[in-house]
Design a protein around this ligand. Structure first.
Ligand code: ATP
Ligand code: MG
Length: 574
C-alpha cells in the first residue's frame, strides 16, 4: 500500500502484515550478496528530547520488524548529543514505549557513550588535515555558507596548520574559551552543491550539564558528526532514517571513509504524516508546556503514551504500521485508517458491555416494582468462549437521551410515543407517555413491557426496527466518561492563516467530559487500562485517573454511527 493512500476502505489486514517494501528488498539483496556476512543489525536512534509519537512507531516497527524477520539484532540508541534539551524522563518514557509496542532491544547505547571515541576521531581528522578550528561566530559561519545557488566562502581559519588546530582543539576541550567562540569544522568543500558538505561544524563549545556525562565536557559533537560514527561503532548494517537525512548521507559517508571505519548503510524512508495530527516533538512539547493538553500522555496526543492511555493496542499500531508501508515520497495518511486498525483489533478482544452516557430515565409501569431479573448478556459476539454474564433488569432503567425522540423524524426507529423497541437482552417495551420539566424537556419516559418477549424474542414473530441498550437504575455504577475529537480542526494543522501559529487550529471541542454516566454493574471493579466495547457507542478504556469508587473512562474510538450520517445527509439537503 502506498503512503499516499487517503482512504481506509478495502484495507487488507493480515495479523502482522509482512508485505514487501524497498528497504526489505535491499536487505534481501544484501543477504543474497553476503554483503555484511549475512548480518542484519539495525538500531532505533531517538533523541531523548520528548516523548515518542506514532511517527516513531513507524520507524520502530521498521527497525525491529526487519531485524526480527531476518534473525538480526536491533539496538536502542539514544542520540543524546544536545545536552540542553535532553532529560532522563524522556529516556525512561522512550524505553517504556518501545517495550509497550512489543519490542525488546538487543544493545542499549547512548551516543554519549562514544564521546571519547568521537573526540579521538576528531583529533585523527585534524592530524590528517581534514578538520580545523574556526574562530568565526555562528552568525559569520552562516554568512560564509552561501546558498543553494551561491557557493560559500572559505573561512579565514581554514588553512591553520594541524599543530595549531590540535593545540586549539585541546584547549577548547580544556575550557579555555567562552561558549560559541570557536568550533571544530570538517574541511570538505565550501563550493559543494550539497550545503551539508560546506565545512560543517563538528564540535561546539557549550557549557551545559549533560544528563549522563554531567560536566565532564564543555564541547559537544554535532548530531551530524556523531550519528554516522555511532552507527559504525555499533556495526549497524542497515541504518534506516527519514527522508530529511538523505542530504546528510554524503557527509556521514565522508566521515566514515576518512576515518576508515565500518561502513554502515543509510536508507531513507518517508516520515509518517497523519491527517488532523501534528507529529513533531517540538510542537507537541509546546502543547504540553502551554497547558493546551494535560501532559504528554493526554489521550488526545499522538504520543505513544497518549494513545496507550486512550486505549489503542500495540497490535493495532503494529498492524497499521505494517499496512502503511514505506516509500520515498511524502504523503499523508488518513487518521481514519489508524482508527480502522484500532477498531478491528478491539473488536476481537474488548468485551461488550452496556453503558449509558447521557441517561434518560425509563419507567416500565407494568413491571413489578421490586422485581429484579438477571438477563444473560453475551460478552463477545466474535468469541463464544468469552461466555455470558448477568445484567440485572428492573422497573426503572436508563437509556440514552438520543434513543428517544418525542417527535421522531423520518427514518428514526428508536423509542418515541406509541413506538415499540427491543431492549437488548431484555424485553420489548412501548412508550406510553412522557414527563417533562419546567423547561419542557423530557425527563422521564413511561413504557409498558410485553412479558412474553423476555430475552428480546417475539413469539408472534412481530418485528421491531430498533434494539437499544439500557442499564438498570438501581444497579448502575456511575462513571465519568471522556469523549474526544481530533486535537486539530484542520486536516493539515500546519495550514494556517497569515501570522498565526499552529495552536490557532486547535479544536476547542477536542475533549468532552460526561459525568454521571450509568454503567452496568459488572464494570464496578474494572481495572485501569482495561478495554471494553460499550454497546452501540464505541470502544472505551479505564483511565489511570480512576480510583476506588471513582471510574473514569476514555473513549478510544467511536463506532461508525450510521444515524449521524443519515442526519448529516438530511441537513445537507435542506
Ligand atoms: P521530531 O521531528 O518529532 O522531533 P525527530 O526525527 O527529531 O522527530 P528523533 O528522536 O530524532 O525524532 O527520531 C528517532 C527516529 O524516528 C529517527 O530515525 C527518525 O527518522 C524517526 N522518526 C521521527 N519522526 C518520524 C515520523 N513522523 N515518521 C517516521 N519516522 C520518524
Ligand atoms: Mg531529531
Amino acid at each position: 500500500m502506498s503512503t499516499n493512500c487517503k482512504t481506509e476502505g478495502g484495507v487488507d489486514t493480515p495479523a502482522e502484515p509482512r508485505s514487501s517494501n524497498f528497504i526489505r528488498d535491499i536487505i534481501l539483496d544484501d543477504l543474497k550478496a553476503n554483503k555484511y556476512a549475512g548480518q542484519v543489525q539495525t538500531r532505533f536512534p531517538p533523541e531523548p528530547n520528548g516523548y515518542l509519537h506514532i511517527g516513531h512507531a513507524k520507524a520502530i516497527c521498521l527497525d525491529f520488524g526487519l531485524a526480527d524477520e531476518f534473525g538480526g539484532r536491533t539496538n536502542l540508541r539514544f542520540d543524546d548529543t544536545n545536552p540542553s534539551k535532553e532529560e532522563t524522563e524522556y529516556v525512561d518514557s522512550i524505553m517504556a514505549d518501545v517495550r509497550w509496542l512489543g519490542f525488546e532491544w538487543d544493545g542499549l547505547f547512548y551516543a554519549s557513550d562514544y564521546f571519547d571515541q568521537l573526540y579521538a576521531w576528531a583529533v585523527q581528522l585534524i592530524q590528517a588535515g581534514k578538520a580545523y578550528v574556526c574562530d568565526l561566530s555562528a552568525e559569520e559561519i552562516r554568512q560564509h555558507r552561501g546558498t543553494l545557488t551561491q557557493p560559500g566562502k572559505d573561512s579565514p581559519y581554514r588553512n591553520r596548520p594541524a599543530a595549531e588546530n590540535l593545540d586549539l582543539f585541546a584547549r577548547m576541550r580544556g575550557g579555555e574559551f567562552p561558549d560559541g567562540s570557536r568550533t571544530l569544522r570538517a574541511k570538505i568543500d565550501m563550493a559543494s552543491p550539497n550545503l551539508n558538505l560546506r565545512d560543517p561544524v563538528m564540535y561546539r563549545i557549550l557549557r551545559a550539564e549533560h544528563h549522563r556525562t554531567g560536566n565532564k565536557w564543555c564541547i559537544y559533537p554535532m548530531y551530524d558528526y556523531a550519528h554516522g560514527q555511532s552507527d559504525s561503532i555499533e556495526r549497524i548494517t542497515h541504518s534506516m532514517c527519514t527522508l530529511e537525512f538523505e542530504d546528510h548521507r554524503p557527509l556521514y559517508n565522508w566521515f566514515i571513509q576518512h576515518l576508515g571505519i565500518f561502513p554502515s548503510q543509510q536508507i531513507e524512508f518517508d516520515r509518517l504524516n497523519l491527517t488532523y495530527t501534528l507529529l513533531s516533538k517540538r510542537k507537541l512539547l509546546q502543547l504540553v508546556e502551554e497547558g493546551r493538553v494535560n501532559g504528554w500522555d493526554d489521550p488526545r496526543m499522538p504520543t505513544i503514551s497518549g494513545i496507550r492511555r486512550r486505549g489503542y493496542t500495540p497490535e493495532a499500531v503494529r498492524n497499521f504500521c505494517g499496512a502503511i508501508g514505506v516509500s520515498k515520497t511524502h504523503g499523508s495518511i488518513e487518521l481514519a485508517m489508524l482508527e480502522h486498525f484500532v477498531r478491528e483489533d478491539l473488536n476481537k478482544r474488548a468485551p461488550l458491555v452496556m453503558a449509558v452516557l447521557r441517561p434518560l430515565k425509563v419507567v416500565i409501569d407494568n413491571y413489578p416494582e421490586n422485581q429484579v431479573e438477571e438477563m444473560d448478556a453475551v460478552n463477545n459476539p466474535e468469541d463464544a468462549s468469552a461466555g455470558t454474564r448477568k445484567a440485572p433488569f428492573s422497573q426503572v432503567l436508563y437509556i440514552e437521551q438520543d434513543d428517544f425522540r418525542e417527535d421522531p423524524p423520518k427514518q428514526y426507529y428508536r423509542l418515541s410515543p406509541g413506538r415499540e423497541v427491543r431492549l437488548r437482552y431484555g424485553y420489548l417495551i412501548t412508550c406510553t407517555s412522557v414527563v417533562k420539566n419546567e423547561q419542557g424537556e423530557v425527563v422521564e419516559v413511561h413504557c409498558t413491557y410485553d412479558p412474553a418477549t423476555r430475552g428480546g424474542n417475539t413469539p408472534d414473530g412481530r418485528k421491531v426496527k430498533a434494539t437499544i441498550h439500557w442499564v438498570s437504575a438501581a444497579h448502575a455504577v456511575e462513571a465519568e466518561v471522556r469523549l474526544y475529537e481530533t486535537l486539530f480542526t484542520q486536516e493539515d494543522p500546519n495550514q494556517l492563516p497569515e501570522g498565526q501559529d499552529f495552536t490557532a487550529n486547535l479544536n476547542p471541542n477536542s475533549l468532552e467530559r460526561l459525568t454521571r454516566c450509568k454503567l452496568e454493574p459488572s464494570l464496578a471493579n474494572a481495572a485501569v487500562g482495561s478495554r471494553y466495547q460499550f454497546e452501540r457507542l464505541g470502544y472505551f478504556c479505564v483511565d489511570p485517573a480512576s480510583g476506588p469508587g471513582k471510574l473514569v473512562f476514555n473513549r478510544t474510538v467511536a463506532l461508525k454511527d450510521t444515524w449521524a450520517k443519515i442526519e448529516k445527509g438530511q441537513r445537507g439537503k435542506n
